[in-house]
Design a protein around this ligand. Structure first.
Ligand SMILES: *[C@@H]1O[C@H](CO)[C@@H](O)[C@H](O)[C@H]1NC(C)=O
Length: 154
């Protein structure tokens, strides 16, 4: 199987996992979530916690807290593992990103629209100062993902 096909399969798998997160009307769609996840970690669902981030979206405790501390399995948001259990779960982590985007939604690049590019910047740079440049690795992965998805969609 060609490398490109494997890559598109990986994106599809990610979108399927994240699809359940974005079933209702939301400000950020599953393609955008998938490409942010891809940009952050190649959407590695087993990445675990490293330094001050956890999970495929590499979410910090402060980000998760600003996102309203969503949890899985009815875990108390203030319990010791509320943060790590949520951020390592694709659906809960997606929910955290979604909440964060709702809270900090803004036109980071000043192009007159609030779209996936703005969400990608808000995710990487936070709700304050999202007009700063993105690091090249994240930006390149994110751009390639959006481009590949748009080709898939025809
Ligand atoms: C995901 O991250 C884990 C932990 O860093 C690593 O061992 C594993 O190789 C990664 N998986 C992929 C597909 O890169």
């Amino acid at each position: 199987m060609a490398r490109y096909e494997l890559f598109t399969l990986a994106i599809f798998a990610t979108l399927c996992v994240l699809n359940q997160v974005t079933a209702q009307s939301q400000p950020i769609d599953q393609i955008c979530l998938g490409c942010i996840c891809h940009g952050m970690s190649l959407c590695n669902q087993t990445i675990g916690c490293n330094g001050d981030t956890c999970g495929a979206f590499k979410i910090t405790w402060a980000y998760w807290s600003d996102a309203g501390k969503p949890t899985i399995n009815g875990i108390d948001p203030n319990s010791a593992d509320g943060y790590s259990r949520c951020t390592n779960d694709p659906v809960c982590a997606g929910k955290a990103v979604e909440n964060y985007m709702t809270k900090y939604s803004q036109d980071c690049n000043g192009d007159g629209a609030i779209d996936c590019r703005d969400y990608a910047s808000i995710h990487r740079l936070g709700g304050y100062g999202c007009n700063a440049p993105l690091d090249p690795t994240y930006l390149a992965r994110f751009n390639k993902c959006l481009q590949d998805v748009s080709q898939l969609n025809g």
